[in-house]
Design a protein around this ligand. Sequence first.
Ligand SMILES: *[C@@H]1O[C@H](CO)[C@@H](O)[C@H](O)[C@H]1NC(C)=O
Ligand SMILES: *[C@@H]1O[C@H](CO)[C@@H](O)[C@H](O)[C@H]1NC(C)=O
Ligand SMILES: *[C@@H]1O[C@H](CO)[C@@H](O)[C@H](O)[C@H]1NC(C)=O
Length: 153
Amino acid sequence: MLKALVIFFGLLALSHAASVGTASNATEVCQSEDEMWGGEDIRKFYFCLDGKVITDECDDGYYYVNNATISGCLPSEMMQASCVNLDIKVPDCSEASKMRPQACDDVASFYLCTSEGAKKLPCPEGKAFIDQDGYLGCFKWSVWRSLRNCTDG
Ligand SMILES: *[C@@H]1O[C@H](CO)[C@@H](O)[C@H](O)[C@H]1NC(C)=O
Ligand SMILES: *[C@@H]1O[C@H](CO)[C@@H](O)[C@H](O)[C@H]1NC(C)=O
Ligand SMILES: *[C@@H]1O[C@H](CO)[C@@H](O)[C@H](O)[C@H]1NC(C)=O
């Protein structure tokens, strides 16, 4: 009986440890010695080298996923649709309604119409673009993740 309890609590501790993959300090604390892991920024992934966290980024148009079936950079078409911007067109800046920032294919950038036409601008570091539910602009990845229902590590 006692042994069963110990095993049970041991399992609890293990599953707790396994769930910190996307913890807020995933970018600073080694989560695994031999596997990559993701963080809040969907373009980035991390791995451990000599006890230090190394940050790497997927190529343009690819995003990092780490779930029960896949770990790695996937092309946007293979991602959960709520996590990516597909079928984005460069805004036609001739209409007055286009004078607002708009989503672009890279989720961490946006289009802005200027006197020279549409310009693609990056969000500040640590932020991604949202135009949804009254949110318009660059917001922290954690806010972006929850508004987009994009919670897969
Ligand atoms: C952050 O890392 C420290 C170890 O440096 C750990 O004790 C703490 O639980 C971590 N916090 C989170 C939210 O994972
Ligand atoms: C893992 O992520 C991929 C891409 O988003 C998705 O197609 C797949 O269904 C996910 N697997 C699980 C078990 O959630
Ligand atoms: C996210 O999920 C909530 C609740 O399931 C839903 O109301 C909302 O429309 C979803 N948002 C997106 C962008 O999928």
